[in-house]
Write a protein that binds this ligand. Structure first.
Ligand SMILES: O=C(O)CCC(=O)C(=O)O
Length: 227
């Protein structure tokens, strides 16, 4: 792999996300076929609403192989500092915008590995991030986050104009992020997305509780927040 676990883990610590170009290139054909079996799109490929399937690693063995790969293990162990566990997975046919959000602010870190099976650009719903916004020591659990969520009222900005890093990706790329980081997707076209979420093996009672809450929240809020 053209990246080092420790460097990716450091990028995650500093920015909250990392773009792993071509990391899952070998799996693309299998992922495409598997996605088709899991989610049937209308003949024009354009669902009216988002569609999500959970717990897909068994039904989509090509993604299971990515999730069990040595490089995913290496990044997780470097980031969590211990063995990890995959706690949820999902396949999504996404349409439209995903508003600015974090997947909750947890004291326990969680990583989400995301693969888009369609090219995404800044004009077609590429994932974008506010670097460093996962870090409580940046004050992001307070006012800045509220202002970003209320970008129109508080900052006079459309969501897509909030200064951010846009991660344009191609099939085979993997985007990994700490799920506390503020992220969004604007100008969204139809995009097929596969993802799995990991946590360091919970040790304390607080970590076990966070892990249970995180797990339940995935199902309650759907795969992605849209408002
Ligand atoms: O592509 C998107 O709509 C954003 C997805 C997202 O927020 C996520 O996967 O957590």
């Amino acid at each position: 792999m053209p990246f080092r676990d420790t460097e990716v883990a450091r990028q995650l610590q500093v920015f909250g996300f990392a773009h792993l170009r071509r990391a899952a290139q070998d799996a693309v054909v299998g992922l495409e076929h598997g996605f088709e079996r899991l989610i049937r799109l209308p003949s024009d490929g354009r669902p009216e609403e988002r569609v999500t399937e959970f717990d897909i690693l068994t039904g989509l063995p090509a993604l299971g192989s990515v999730a069990r790969s040595a490089w995913v293990r290496g990044i997780c162990e470097a980031y969590f500092g211990r063995r990890h566990r995959v706690i949820t997975s999902d396949a999504n046919a996404l349409v439209g915008d995903s508003y600015w959000h974090s997947d909750g602010f947890y004291n326990t870190p969680f990583l989400r590995f995301v693969l888009y099976l369609d090219d995404t650009t800044r004009d077609t719903g590429a994932l974008r991030f506010l670097p460093g916004s996962h870090r409580a020591d940046n004050g992001w659990t307070g006012d800045p986050t509220r202002h970003v969520i209320r970008h129109r009222e508080d900052l006079g900005l459309a969501g897509g104009d909030v200064p951010a890093v846009v991660v344009e990706s191609r099939p085979g790329d993997v985007i990994v992020f700490d799920t506390n980081v503020m992220h969004a997707a604007w100008h969204g076209d139809v995009r097929r997305q596969l993802a799995f979420n990991c946590v360091g093996e919970p040790e304390t009672e607080a970590e076990q509780l966070d892990t249970r809450r995180y797990f339940l929240n995935r199902y309650v809020s759907g795969s992605v927040l849209i408002g």
